[in-house]
Ligand binder design. Structure first.
Ligand code: UDX
Length: 428
């Protein structure tokens, strides 16, 4: 049945969630305290880059509205998804400021039965906390649920509509029925759990995926010492159904708004319960060292630090996104600039976001070929398809010296070597 749903927070998660829920037939009101964002959305502009979201918002606009008035949105909706940011705080703990504010505003405006759904990634126990907080202001009936998201930037729509599973954490039957009904036309398996387990599933999934990445990056580092090929090793290991081939691509490490935050978040949750999660601490340390190691690799091929030019392809944390949050590429370029190395950088869609995170000494280029002009080293940092399709002969003609350091094992090393490039991959 069509449900009346409020989405509180119009970032990557909120907009994707609301768009997909309207696609599933529900009435959706987006709420954000940021008037500029709401005004952009009212004009049909979408403040994030996520393929397909703008089309769905346009196609289902008869079911969608946008407002900064959370009171009205709470009163007119039956299900309230909280999708506000829960960023890393100063000490890498989880900053719950926006979340607490959203819960308080719900508590102050709730006027009838609602299901309050935590879509944001929140510490274990937040569901219970939300219940207690609302009870302080409202004596009527309501339910709380945890419905963690497993959306990857760049493929968020398909991850929402065709997920591996929908996790529904509830503590009462009515909330369970409503949540199952909301997702009834999503074919995937629904896993109903208690609220705390649902909250933990999200952190555990991201922390485990980050662990796979740091593990294969360490194997890549061993491959470099024994002259092995980590791509072959990952292929062979990934054929084991218990391991699987995904998230075994060695490179400069993981970034983004989730893995770094969720690894640190799970560590801070463990610490708060006096559990020393040493394995996960190592995952985070390996990821940082992988980026530092890559800077050393670039410096090792520069004849002289001053004067040489490094061309950088890719600034976002991965391909198909403009998001530069915790991007390893941003860390690497900042380190190169700190050492006085001249950097020419190109990214297909993240240049504007990257400019806010990088020093003015960086030369921002409008094409991959412009970025390699007169360069001594080409450092590939994100695996955009265009970077593996480019004509390396043209690249070679434009470069001063012919070094390629491939941070994502994305360029065909045989072609590069046959053209006379000195090619260094990651673990190969
Ligand atoms: C991730 C999770 O995949 C998603 O389920 C969760 O909801 C949010 O966080 P996202 O951060 O968008 O999604 O990107 P993802 O595709 O998972 O990549 C994360 C980082 O890991 C990127 O920096 C990527 O370059 C890196 N990565 C990924 C690797 O280095 N190697 C791999 O094999 C896979």
């Amino acid at each position: 049945m069509q449900r009346k749903i409020a989405i509180i927070g119009t970032g990557y998660v909120g907009l994707t969630t609301g768009a997909c829920l309207s696609y599933l037939g529900h009435k959706v009101v987006f709420v954000d305290k940021d008037e500029d964002k709401i005004n952009m959305l009212l004009k049909g502009e979408v403040p994030i880059y996520e393929p397909g979201v703008d089309d769905i918002l346009e196609k289902h606009k008869d079911k969608i509205s946008y407002t900064t008035d959370i009171e009205k949105a709470v009163k007119q909706s039956e299900v309230l998804f909280i999708a506000v940011g829960t960023p890393s705080g100063k000490d890498e703990s989880i900053d719950m400021t926006f979340f607490r504010k959203a819960v308080k505003q719900i508590a102050e405006n709730i006027n009838s039965y609602k299901v309050i759904v935590n879509k944001s990634t929140v510490p274990v126990g937040t569901g219970e906390w939300t219940k207690e907080e609302i009870k302080k202001h409202y004596k009527g009936k309501f339910s709380v649920a945890s419905n963690p998201e497993f959306l990857r930037e760049g493929s968020a729509i398909s991850d929402f509509l065709e997920p591996d599973r929908v996790v529904i954490g509830v503590s009462d039957k009515k909330a369970e029925e409503i949540m199952l009904d909301i997702y009834s036309s999503v074919k995937s398996k629904k896993l109903v759990t208690d609220i705390k387990s649902a909250e933990l599933i999200k952190y555990t999934a991201n922390a485990f995926l980050a662990t796979k990445i740091s593990f294969i990056n360490e194997i890549a580092n061993i491959c470099e010492k024994v002259d092995g090929d980590v791509i072959k090793v990952a292929e062979g290991v990934g054929m084991d159904k218990r391991i699987g081939p995904k998230f075994l691509s060695a490179g400069i490490g993981y970034g983004g708004s989730c893995f770094p935050k969720d690894v640190e978040g799970l560590l801070s949750i463990s610490n708060s319960y006096n559990h020393n999660f040493s394995l996960l601490r190592a995952v985070s340390d390996v990821n940082r060292r992988q980026q530092e190691r890559f800077v050393e690799k670039i410096k090792s091929v520069l004849l002289k630090v001053k004067g040489d030019i490094v061309s950088v392809w890719g600034l976002s944390f991965k391909a198909n996104t403009d998001d530069v949050r915790k991007s390893p590429a941003i860390f690497i370029v900042n380190e190169l600039c700190r050492e006085g190395i001249k950097v020419k950088a190109y990214d297909p869609i993240a240049l504007n976001n990257a400019k806010k995170e990088l020093p003015g000494s960086v030369c921002f280029c409008n094409s991959a070929l412009e970025a390699v002009e007169e360069a001594d080293v080409l450092a590939l940092l994100t695996d955009w398809p265009e970077f593996s399709e480019i004509d390396l002969k043209q690249v070679k003609q434009k470069m001063r010296k012919h070094n390629i350091i491939d941070g994502r094992n994305h360029i065909d090393s045989e072609i590069a070597k046959n053209l006379g490039f000195t090619y260094k991959g990651t673990g190969r």
